[in-house]
Design a protein around this ligand. Structure first.
Ligand code: UDP
Length: 411
């Protein structure tokens, strides 16, 4: 087949962010040509980290920064432990036994043993690959990019991880509230979306109809939708409860769509726990890997919910807002930076509040249109990938002296 391949470039964003921003980014990138960067995370799909790495690494390569993306390997035991650590960093409980620490550090040692690094910059995402830094002769800056809501981490887990973190040259967190006492300099980058992938690109009404029909999703009543990994922090049960209260006042259909990340062993259990809630108008669907379906639901929904009780950022919020759909979000973490209550969506702190906002939005089309329009504009201004990319370029440039010492050709 004679296919033409296209990769999204920063210039494609000009229509949304203006020529000046693009020019500025291109200029900054000039100084970073041929820099060799590697990213490590723990899943190639499922969840916001993989979502962003996918578009960000392509954009960087398009700018002449040789940017790799590698995924660490791990046993089911390892991912069970790292998910528990993830939960503990978000404030959950964990029994951090010697055995758990041993398995965690052994698997990371094996990953380090088989990954050979001579890069100018190493970026590790989230706690899973964190200890890798112990196993290299450090010749270049190492960055820890943490995407988790760190507002109240489990103290013992934090204290265990801190010595690894303090070996890094920078820690990048998603929001200022996640700052911790540590020797490593901290930076704050809010995540962002790309308008060009299948999940976010424009779709015709016919395409949306076709996708929804494919999964027998009824469109005769307004759709109330939450799309998330099946994870307790996303509060899917709270969404069902809120919907059932709202249903007493308005006719609508709930769609809870989810997928499973390879580094998240909790998914199947949470999914199964929701199956008893299913009814004619309560759909619990595991087809979240179909990104055109995600796009179609976010577009067609009268209301999108992201009723999280902890949320590092919540890319799903920006994704729906970009499509002009009003979002009811949990009043936590990164969601608070995306939703301005009553202006471009609603923030809620309880099931009852969520129910009340569902009723209000389903009843009032004019309100939906106003919030949705503001929502799209918020994302255009603040949460597109070019802003995120530029923050990385600035951070890379701040290491200029290190590159100079290492005789990087640009310096
Ligand atoms: N996602 C998806 N299908 C699903 C659930 C989630 O494609 O069934 C995507 C979602 O569109 C978003 C990412 O996974 O791009 C989730 O990122 P977010 O920051 O909202 O949450 P995380 O899973 O990283 O906690």
């Amino acid at each position: 087949m004679n296919m033409e391949h296209t990769i999204v470039k920063v210039e494609d964003y000009e229509q949304y962010v203006g020529a000046e921003s693009i020019e500025r980014i291109l200029n900054k990138a000039k100084f970073l040509q041929d820099l060799h960067v590697v990213n490590f995370n723990s899943t190639y799909y499922g969840g916001g980290v993989a979502e962003m790495l996918s578009s960000l690494t392509l954009l960087m390569n398009g700018l002449g920064i040789k940017t790799e993306w590698r995924v660490i390997q791990g046993t089911p035991d390892f991912f069970n432990i790292t998910k528990k650590m993830h939960n503990a960093l978000q404030g959950g409980e964990i029994n951090l036994s010697e055995m758990k620490m041993h398995i965690y550090e052994e698997v990371i040692y094996e990953n380090a043993f088989r990954n050979h690094l001579d890069h100018n910059l190493v970026i590790l995402h989230d706690p899973q690959p964190l200890p890798m830094i112990n196993h290299y002769k450090k010749r270049s800056p190492w960055i820890w990019r943490c995407h988790i809501d760190l507002s109240s981490p489990h103290a013992e887990t934090w204290n265990y991880l801190l010595p690894f973190i303090e070996k890094y040259d920078a820690a990048v967190l998603s929001c200022k509230e996640y700052a911790q006492k540590m020797n490593t300099p901290q930076f704050f980058f809010k995540p962002a979306i790309t308008p060009f992938n299948i999940k976010n690109r424009e779709l015709s009404e016919t395409e949306v109809d076709e996708r929804l029909a494919h999964y027998d999703i009824p469109t005769d009543l307004p759709l109330v939708v939450q799309i998330s990994r099946f994870d307790p922090w996303k509060d899917p049960q709270g969404v069902v409860d809120a919907f059932k209260i709202a249903q007493k006042e308005v006719d609508c259909t709930l769609v809870l769509l989810g997928n499973f990340a390879t580094d998240d062993p909790e998914g199947a259990e949470i999914y199964e726990s929701l199956l008893d809630s299913r009814e004619e108008r309560v759909l619990v669907l595991p087809y979240g890997d179909d990104t055109a379906l995600v796009n179609s639901l976010q577009r067609r929904a009268a209301v999108v919910l992201q009723k999280s009780i902890r949320e590092g950022f919540g890319l799903t919020v920006s994704e729906a807002m970009w499509k002009g759909t009003p979002v009811i979000g949990g009043n936590v973490g990164g969601i608070r930076y995306q939703i301005e209550d009553g202006e471009n969506g609603f923030l809620v702190s309880s099931v009852e509040e969520a129910a009340q906002r569902i009723v209000q939005l389903v009843k009032d089309e004019k309100l939906r249109r106003r919030l949705g329009k503001n929502a799209r504009e918020t994302v255009r201004q603040k949460f597109l990938m070019t802003r995120y990319l530029e923050q990385y370029l600035d951070l890379f440039s701040s290491f200029e002296t290190v590159f100079r010492i290492n005789n990087h050709p640009q310096f």
